[in-house]
Write a protein that binds this ligand. Sequence first.
Ligand SMILES: [Mg+2]
Length: 220
Amino acid sequence: MNAEPTWIFDFDSTLVATEALDELAEIALADDPGREARLARIRDITAMGMDGRMGIERSLSERLAMLSLRASLLPPLVDRLASRFAPSVWSGRARLAAMSHRVWVVSGGFHEWIEPVIERLGLRPAHVIANRLRPAAGGLLELDPAASPCAVDSGKATAIEAAGLGRPRIMVGDGMTDWRVRELGACERFVCFTEVVHRAPVAAKADVVAASLDAVLGAA
Ligand SMILES: [Mg+2]
C-alpha cells in the first residue's frame, strides 16, 4: 500500500491469547459452588449469540449478569489479561508502540479492561472503540447500551466508519465479526490472525493469513 495504513486490531484471541469473558468467569466464579452449572449456561449463551439465536447485546448482557460483574473484579481481570498477550504481540510491542498513532483497537469487549491492558503494550487508550459498562442495582456493572457501539450486529464496521479512521485501513482479527468489517467496506484489507486460534472459515475469507505480528505487519 502506498499511504501509511491505519491498523485496526481485534482484542480477544488477537492481542491477547484468550477471551476476556472466559478469564472473567474464572475469577468471578472461583469460589462459587454452582460454578459448573453457571459456566455451562454461559457457554450456551455464547453459542446462541454466535449462531444468531440471540442478539449480540442480549448475549453479552446475560453473560455479564451470570458473572455478577462488579468493579472489584476489574483489577484482577486486567492483570490476568496483561499476562496473556499473544507471544508475538508481546515480543513485538516496541514495534506497535512506535506506530501507536495509527493503531486502533476495535472490540466487542469493554473499555473498562481493554484500555489498561493495551496501555501495557504502549498503545493508546484513546484509540479504543469498544463497549462500556454502567452501574446497576446491588453494586453490579451492566452493559451500557447507549455507549456500546460494538454490541450490535455489524457494530465494528459502523463504529470504524463513524470514527472516520484514516484510509487505507487494515483490520486484523481472528473472528467473523472482524471479517465483516472488510465485507462491509470499512477496511481495505483483512488479515486473519491465527497465532491464538485458527478459524478455518475466517481464514478462507481473509486477504492475508498471518500467524505472528511480524507476518501481520508485513501485509501492508
Ligand atoms: Mg477475537
